[in-house]
Design a protein around this ligand. Structure first.
Ligand SMILES: [Zn+2]
Length: 470
C-alpha cells in the first residue's frame, strides 16, 4: 500500500525541483485528492485524471503498433473487450474511456496505459485456460489504471523509451546502439512489488464483483511460470531466466503474493457459484493464430521465413531468433547478436558506397566488397568496435532486393571468439535467398485448435485428430 506514498514523494521531488518547495514541507493543502480505488490521499495537483486520459489516448495507437497491431478477429476482440468492460464497470473509475485490445504478437504479456487503455497479447490468451484467468489478468491491469501506477511512475520513462525506439527505425546509426533491443522492450518496464500487490488486491476485488473465481489469478500465474520455464529451456537458458518481454518480467508477481492479495481483498472467496467459463473461452480462442503472424514472417527453429516478402535466411546453431515489428534479431548465450531489417534502395550511390558511407557512417569499415549471393547483388564490410561489453567484430551485409528495397544483416560478436563465429556468419550470409512461389505457399500460420478429448484419448491420438481438423 505504499505506492501512493512513494509516488507522492517522487512528485514532491519534482515539485521541489521546479520551485514548488512549499508543498513538500507543509503536506497537502490544495493539490491533493483521495484515490477512489486505494482510498489514499495522493498529490494529483500536477497530474489530473484528465491528463491520464489524454496521455493514454495519445499513446495507445503507438503501443498497439509497437506490438504488431491489433489481432485481426472481430469476434475475439469483442469477446475480450466485453470481459474487460464488465470488470471496469465494477471498478471505482467506471467512467474512464476504457478500451481493450488483443495484440497480434506471440509475446506473453498484458499492458496498461493511464486513463483506461489496456492491451493483452494473443500469446497470453494461448497460455490462459479459461475466461476467469483472462479476466484475472485484465482485472490486474485495471488495478494499475485505477491506482494510477502507470501515470505516476512509469509513463515518462516508458514514453521516452518508445520515442527512442521508433526514432531508431528511421535513424541509420542508432541501429548500432539499438542492437539487441526491440521496440517492444522499451515498453516493458517492471512495476514495483508493492504496486503489483496493490493491483492484485484491486484485481481480486473486481474479479469477485463480476462473479469470477478469484482463484483464477493464481492458476494463471502457475501456467505462466511453466510457460516461462519451457521458453527458457527451448532457448537453452537456465530455468530461472525470464524473457524480458514476458509478463513475469514486467509484472513481478508470485503465487504467494497473489494469495496475500486475495486475503487482503476482503472478499468471500469461497463462492461455489464463482464462474470460470472454460467452454466459452476454449470456443472463443479456437482457430486463433499461435506463434508468428504470416504478415510478420515466421520463426521456424533457426530459419526466418517470410511468405509475403518471399525471403528466408538461417541463423547459426545456438542463436535464438526473435521476430520484432521493425526488425528480426537473433542472439546466442555469449552475447553475439544478429539483426535483420529492411531499408530503402539507393539511387545515387552503389550498394558498396551505401554500406560504407551511409549505413555505417562514423564506423571505420574495412574490407568492403561487392559480390553476388543467390543471384542478389550484395555488398559487405567489417569493423572492430569497442562496445560496453568489450571488443566486438561487426559484419554488415546489404542485399539489393529490387529497385526500391534493400535487406540488411548485421552481426556483432565478441572479438575474442572470432574464429568460433566466422563459419556460422558466412553460412548465414550465404543463406539469404528468395523463396519460390511454392515454398511461400507452403508457409501457413500455426493455429490453436480446441478438440474435445474423451477418457481414452492420449496426446498422440489428439495430435492425429488435430491434424485432421479443418
Ligand atoms: Zn502488474
Amino acid at each position: 500500500m505504499s505506492d501512493n506514498i512513494e509516488t507522492g514523494r517522487s512528485l514532491n521531488r519534482r515539485a521541489l525541483m521546479t520551485g514548488g518547495a512549499a508543498l513538500a514541507g507543509i503536506g497537502c493543502l490544495s493539490g491533493c485528492s483521495t484515490n477512489p480505488a486505494t482510498g489514499q490521499d495522493s498529490v494529483t495537483g500536477f497530474y489530473s485524471l484528465n491528463d491520464d486520459i489524454k496521455l493514454g489516448q495519445a499513446e495507445y495507437p503507438n503501443l498497439i503498433r509497437a506490438f504488431g497491431g491489433a489481432y485481426d478477429s472481430i469476434p475475439l476482440q469483442s469477446y475480450v473487450a466485453r470481459i474487460g468492460r464488465d470488470l471496469a464497470s465494477r471498478s471505482e473509475l467506471p467512467e474512464l474511456p476504457w478500451e481493450f485490445t488483443v495484440l497480434n504478437t506471440p509475446i506473453v504479456n498484458a499492458l496498461a496505459l493511464p486513463g483506461g487503455k489496456i492491451a493483452i497479447t494473443r500469446g497470453l490468451l494461448a497460455v490462459a485456460s479459461n475466461e476467469a484467468e483472462v479476466a484475472g489478468v485484465l482485472a490486474h491491469e485495471i488495478g494499475h489504471v485505477t491506482a494510477r501506477h502507470t501515470a505516476q511512475r512509469q509513463t515518462r520513462g516508458l514514453l521516452a523509451n518508445l520515442g527512442l525506439a521508433v526514432l531508431g527505425v528511421a535513424t541509420q546509426n542508432s541501429q548500432l546502439m539499438q542492437l539487441g533491443q526491440t521496440v517492444a522492450a522499451g515498453y516493458l518496464q517492471g512495476f514495483s512489488r508493492s504496486q503489483e500487490l496493490q493491483s492484485d488486491t484491486l484485481g481480486v476485488r473486481y474479479l469477485s464483483k463480476a462473479s469470477y473465481d478469484p482463484e483464477a489469478m493464481a492458476t494463471f500465474l502457475a501456467s505462466l511460470r511453466e510457460h516461462s520455464q519451457l521458453e527458457a529451456r527451448l532457448q537453452g537458458l537456465p530455468p530461472g531466466v525470464v524473457d524480458q518481454r514476458n509478463m513475469m518480467a514486467s509484472h513481478p508477481r508470485t503465487i504467494d503474493r497473489v494469495r496475500q492479495a486475495q486475503a487482503a481483498a476482503e472478499t468471500n472467496s469461497v463462492d461455489t457459484t464463482a464462474r470460470t467459463e472454460r467452454d466459452a473461452y476454449l470456443n472463443a480462442i479456437n482457430g486463433m493464430v499461435f506463434s508468428d503472424d504470416p504478415d510478420q514472417g515466421y520463426v521456424r527453429g533457426r530459419d526466418f521465413l517470410h511468405a509475403g516478402l518471399k525471403l528466408g535466411f538461417q541463423v547459426p546453431p545456438g542463436f535464438v531468433l526473435r521476430n520484432g515489428t521493425s526488425q528480426v534479431t537473433a542472439e546466442d548465450r555469449n552475447g553475439a547478436v544478429i539483426t535483420f531489417d529492411a531499408a530503402k534502395a539507393q539511387r545515387s550511390r552503389t550498394l558498396a558506397q551505401y554500406v560504407q558511407d551511409e549505413w555505417t557512417q562514423g564506423v571505420n569499415l574495412s574490407d568492403v566488397q561487392s559480390l553476388s549471393i543467390n543471384g542478389l547483388s550484395t555488398a559487405t564490410g567489417r569493423a572492430r568496435l569497442n562496445t560496453q561489453k568489450g571488443t566486438a567484430d561487426l559484419r554488415v551485409v546489404a542485399y539489393q532486393w529490387d529497385g526500391t528495397q534493400l535487406f540488411r544483416l548485421m552481426f556483432l560478436s565478441p572479438a575474442r571468439s572470432a574464429s568460433t563465429y566466422a563459419d556460422g556468419i558466412r553460412r548465414t550470409v550465404n543463406s539469404f535467398r528468395r523463396l519460390s512461389d511454392a515454398e511461400a505457399k507452403e508457409l501457413k500460420p500455426l493455429r490453436l485448435i480446441t478438440v474435445q478429448a474423451d477418457g481414452t484419448d492420449s496426446i498422440s491420438t489428439c495430435h492425429r485428430q488435430c491434424l485432421m481438423a479443418p
